[in-house]
Design a protein around this ligand. Structure first.
Ligand code: SF4
Length: 466
């Protein structure tokens, strides 16, 4: 999946994080490659912090843009002497996205030295915590949850990062995966619900590494060990790896959208390969919403696996009806609705000879506003498709996300206030079929209570405090 040229109108990930500790490895350099693997999770900024340098100082480089833009000479990173490094790719939205101060890693100096922090997710009690700290005199430079955590750590008396975190972390509510370093150790943390993924791997030649997705391990030749448990803290240092349960947790609520759209197909989440889950979603979609058609095609890139599963189950030929222009970068993802709609034409073109006079099943992973679907169906019809049947490998998105995914206001969601029978007319499709929640959960292979499906079914494991 190539989100660097993601379709306008698609949901956007919150961020990708990684970091590790190893004595004899070029960790800053490896972290750059891990960030390349995580690029689909955020394309607005990238950064690496590494250490310890002289006097336990933490080296930091970060900037706006893709990993290749922030680190154009990645080989230079081999020269950075370090035993640990952490990295971040960011997607952010609203005002927050405009503030370069919010680029991560965030590096701060406090009475016990320096800290660097990266995070993925969103704290539902961030506002309350921030106000409490401001009332105590804290001055914030950024809008990030990372800075909030840094202030909370700094206010603990302990010079030991691990001990300070034990005090602070139980106060954090919501979705988060953090990686933090004080130049001595690297600590990874996952929230008590397990909304956002974080996995542990071992580095060839000694050392350990953490990453949002397992595809990052393959890139740096690390070996996957396991996913962190909800509420678990993992400490990487010169003694190897240790783990502590810092938040009592009896549940697990991994975001189901990771399987449907966010994660890279070569990643495994909770032991399930993302590509295989998507193909199974497509098979189930074909069984639940069969249609008389001539060909099946998927919206590149994230829906191709589901489309191939649909075609296989339906006994129809899979065709590449849509071709993606991979050279239109994120600079074309424009902020206004009109510009976003125009972006579809720029990014996708129809293979006229494939769709001409055909009844086409077009498979997509989700519909958010519906504007992208409308455009896609228009360009299919302009190219001569006789019928266009849209099949969606997830249920209708009906609600917002409180955990860091940029879902529009419910009133802007096409499924909000519109019945399934109204939607085909609104987007110009001959028919629309959504895969039911039960089928999605079965395809993922985890019990429903181990997943967050809040934006689909309105059940949110934890809500923002009033
Ligand atoms: Fe994922 Fe939706 Fe839950 Fe947000 S509300 S974590 S996008 S499933």
């Amino acid at each position: 999946m190539d989100h660097a040229v993601a379709l306008p109108g698609k949901l956007r990930e919150a961020c990708g994080i990684c970091g590790g500790f190893a004595k004899d490895q070029p960790l800053a350099y490896l972290t750059c490659f891990a960030l390349y693997a995580l690029q689909h999770r955020g394309q607005e900024s990238a950064g690496i912090a590494a250490g310890p340098g002289e006097g336990r100082k933490i080296w930091l480089k970060r900037g706006m843009g893709l990993v290749s833009e922030v680190f154009p000479d990645s080989a230079d990173l081999k020269g950075i002497v370090c035993r640990l490094a952490i990295g971040h790719v960011r997607y952010s939205y609203g005002q927050e996205g405009q503030n370069p101060e919010n680029i991560q890693p965030l590096k701060l100096r406090y009475r016990h030295g320096e800290l660097a922090i990266v995070h993925n997710g969103h704290l539902v009690n961030a506002r309350e915590l921030r106000k409490e700290l401001e009332d105590q005199g804290a001055i914030f430079q950024t809008d990030t949850d990372s800075e909030l955590l840094a202030h909370m750590i700094a206010r603990q008396g302990s010079s030991c990062l691990e001990e300070a975190l034990l005090e602070v972390v139980p106060r954090l509510k919501g979705a988060f995966a953090f990686i933090i370093t004080d130049g001595i150790k690297v600590i990874g943390l996952r929230d008590g619900y397990g909304f956002r993924p974080l996995s542990l791997g071992s580095i060839d030649g000694g050392g350990y590494y953490l990453a949002s997705e397992t595809c990052a391990f393959d890139t740096i030749r690390a070996v996957f060990i396991r996913d962190l448990e909800p509420g678990e803290m993992v400490i990487l240092d010169e003694n190897g790896v240790r783990t502590r349960q810092v938040i009592e947790s009896s549940c697990s609520n991994l975001c189901i959208f990771e399987y449907i759209y966010f994660a890279r197909p070569d990643s495994n989440l909770q032991g399930m390969n993302v590509h295989l889950v998507r193909r199974e979603l497509g098979r189930r979609l074909a069984r639940e919403h069969p249609v008389n058609a001539d060909i099946v095609s998927g919206v590149p890139d994230s829906s191709i696996a589901a489309a191939s599963g649909f075609a296989e189950q339906a006994g129809l030929p899979y065709e590449m009806a849509l071709v993606k222009n991979r050279y239109i970068g994120r600079t074309f993802i424009k902020p206004t609705q009109k510009m976003r709609e125009e972006g579809v034409d720029l990014k996708l073109n129809v293979v006229r000879k494939i769709v001409e006079d055909k009844r086409v099943v077009l498979v997509d992973d989700s519909i958010v506003r519906g504007t992208t679907s409308l455009k896609l169906i228009q360009i299919m019809r302009r190219a001569g498709a006789r019928e266009v049947h849209l099949r969606i490998s997830s249920p209708p998105v009906i609600g917002s996300c409180y955990y860091g995914i940029d879902i529009p206001d419910p009133h802007d969601l096409i499924a909000h206030g519109h019945s399934a029978t109204e939607i085909p007319g609104m987007i110009g499709a001959d028919s629309v079929g959504y895969l039911s929640m039960a089928e999605v959960v079965e395809a993922v292979g985890l019990p429903a209570e181990k997943l967050c499906c809040g934006c689909f079914n309105g059940y949110y494991p934890v809500l923002p405090e009033k």
